[in-house]
Design a protein around this ligand. Structure first.
Ligand SMILES: [Zn+2]
Length: 390
């Protein structure tokens, strides 16, 4: 009996390997799959038949012949299911629905007042329900929900600490799973953003990249050798709390002069309120003012860009990445931030790590985190052996 169990396990593993190659090399022939996996053609054919029956793979007609009969090409069926991704912000919830290839098909945004943990969870549930309601019919339905949070979580998906939300020990994964009976993944929003950029954005070709998420605070997601770097206990990437002024303002983290006190949205708004007392200051109004040529608003952005550049120099010196992507809502202010950021990097950084480096603003805008969160949910779906077996 034991042997039967082991053979089943081997088959499961082989099937998920075949599926992995079809997902990454689509369109691909059975013969090519045999080459890629090292499995026999007969084994590949039998596993492919099962994958076609399970609707995860389609045949899409004949491909190029390398001599002899033209092979039938196989394609991963990305619309066999859908995933929900959520960017839980301090004052907004952005929710997206993607297919299994990560193509965004729906999006929904809501502001929240952060009046209580329960109120935010109720809004979160409403947003998720909204995009699930818009999902097209599919073989597997909603395969998972990924949520990027502005804080830390443990392996059980409990939000340990989200300082800007004021959350401590909130069992978020459990609450959302109870509500929808769908697997849920919780991760830091900057980690999700880094994965979003790596899979769907500017970072596709980069093996070493750092995603800098600028919101009310600053978080970073670090990708080293194509993998998300989480540190020994999952708390890596808190670059917002590197000191850029040793005797600077005290920070709630216990340190002083932290980068995010000078280069985040909060820092921008604080400065803007002082120099533009007649305006109802927000990121949107400041962008509008800058577009209309308001010199004080432009000056606020440029000053912020300078501070942003100083932190980025520290990241370059620490990680020697090939790409740094600046994301979050402030990426929309690229026009006024870019010059100061690049100037700081040119002036303060050694030429060697700079030579291969690109510093850019996210083309996904605030979408990097939701897409990364979807990717976490899709990854969990394919990691569950259940799927690749039946
Ligand atoms: Zn700090």
């Amino acid at each position: 009996m034991k042997q039967t169990g082991d053979l089943n396990l081997v088959k499961k593993i082989n099937k998920s390997i075949v599926l992995h190659h079809i997902r990454s090399a689509s369109p691909v022939s059975r013969a090519r799959l045999a080459e890629l996996t090292g499995l026999t053609k007969a084994t590949v054919s039998s596993l492919v038949s099962e994958l076609i029956d399970s609707r995860l793979v389609d045949e899409i007609g004949a491909g190029e012949s390398s001599g002899g009969r033209k092979p039938v090409m196989l394609r991963f069926n990305g619309t066999a299911g859908y995933a929900v991704g959520v960017d839980l912000g301090i004052n907004y919830i952005l929710t997206a629905l993607t297919d299994l290839n990560g193509n965004r098909v729906e999006q929904y945004r809501m502001k929240h007042a952060n009046s209580s943990v329960e109120a935010v969870i109720a809004d979160l549930i409403a947003c998720i329900r909204e995009v699930i309601g818009r999902a097209p019919d599919s073989a597997y339905g909603i395969v998972g929900i990924g949520i990027g949070i502005p804080g830390f979580s443990d392996e059980q998906g409990q939000v340990l600490f989200a300082p800007n939300l004021g959350w401590e020990n909130v069992p978020l994964q459990q609450r959302i799973e109870q509500e929808f009976a769908i697997p849920v993944v919780i991760d830091n929003e900057a980690n999700a953003g880094a994965v979003g950029e790596k899979q769907f954005g500017t970072g596709r070709e980069a093996a070493h990249l750092v995603y800098v998420s600028i919101g009310m605070g600053i978080g970073t997601g670090i990708i080293i050798k194509d993998e998300l770097f989480r540190g020994s206990s999952g708390f890596s990437g808190e670059m917002g709390h590197i000191s850029i002024r040793y005797d600077g303002k005290p920070c709630r983290c216990g340190n002083a002069g932290c980068w995010e006190l000078y280069a985040s949205e909060s820092a921008l708004l604080e400065q803007a309120r002082a120099v533009l007392p007649d305006i109802d200051v927000s990121v949107e109004t400041l962008i509008r003012q800058a577009e209309e040529g308001n010199a004080a608003a432009i000056d606020c952005f440029e000053r912020l860009g300078g501070y942003l550049g100083i932190g980025i120099v520290n990241i370059i010196n620490s990680f020697n990445p090939e790409l740094i992507v600046i994301g979050g809502r402030l990426a929309e202010a690229e026009r006024w931030l870019r010059g100061a950021v690049h100037e700081a990097v040119e002036q303060r950084c050694w030429p060697y790590p700079r030579a291969q480096l690109q510093v850019c603003f996210s083309a996904l805008g605030s979408g990097a985190t939701v897409l990364g969160a979807c990717s976490f949910a899709i990854g969990k779906f394919f990691a569950s052996t259940k799927v690749s077996v039946e």
